[in-house]
Write a protein that binds this ligand. Structure first.
Ligand code: ATP
Ligand code: MG
Length: 201
């Protein structure tokens, strides 16, 4: 069996939306990935309060269930303490083995801030990074080590989890911004209803 090619899509997924899914699908096809693993964060250290990890995990499972190449990992939500991507990559490496090629997918906004992440240079060496376009953000690798990242244009989806939360709080629909099952899950659990919504990052 040749070495596996694994995409990793980290995120808070509060909630997961079609911007995440289109980015993952596009990179899967472009890089001929065997699978893309969505990894919901535990406690994100650069964000304020977020919805319970179990709700974010289940929404991610619901959203990805129909794609045979999409999977969801609990490594970050099951690890104690704040989530650092360097730990995610170490865990993924031990799951998939030394031979696997790991591709960590980030939107342009995340890529712009990536040098502020813990052990950034070690992290950039632990996987190949794929930066994808996101409306409203410039996609550049000028600040990053040579050959550590590939920039990819994906279909523009002007959707953010923050906007989804705000819409639910305001009683506005999120149909077609997130998968149908995620709309139903948000309603079933009463997520994002009141004030005290989480802050965007
Ligand atoms: P929030 O508004 O809560 O920060 P978000 O929509 O930015 O939510 P995250 O969970 O923070 O979603 O993002 C996870 C990853 O997905 C990041 O790398 C982010 O850049 C990327 N991403 C999110 N939305 C899009 C989008 N519409 N297009 C491309 N990439 C995206
Ligand atoms: Mg974000």
């Amino acid at each position: 069996m040749s070495a596996r090619r694994i995409g990793i899509m980290g995120g808070t997924f509060d909630p997961i939306h079609h911007g995440h899914l289109v980015a993952a699908s596009e990179v899967q096809a472009r890089f001929d990935l065997d699978e893309v693993v969505f990894v919901p964060t535990g406690q994100p250290y650069q964000k304020g309060r977020v919805s319970p990890a179990e709700d974010r995990y289940l929404m991610t499972v619901i959203a990805t269930a129909s794609n045979p190449r999409f999977h969801v990992s609990r490594v970050d939500i099951d690890r104690d303490g704040p989530t650092y991507t360097i730990d995610t990559l170490r865990d993924m490496r031990s799951v998939y083995g030394a031979d696997a090629s790991l591709f960590f997918i980030t939107g342009a906004d995340a890529l712009n801030r990536i040098l502020s992440w813990r052990d950034a240079l070690e992290m950039l060496a632990a996987a190949h990074f794929v930066g994808v376009t996101r409306p409203g953000f410039e996609l550049t690798d000028d600040h990053l080590p040579e050959d550590s990242v590939t920039l990819v244009e994906v279909p523009a989806m002007a959707i953010s989890s923050t906007a989804c939360r705000d819409r639910v709080a305001a009683g506005e629909p999120v149909w077609y911004l997130v998968p149908d099952g995620v709309v139903q899950y948000i309603n079933k659990r009463g997520l994002y209803r009141g004030s005290g919504n989480v802050t965007p990052v």
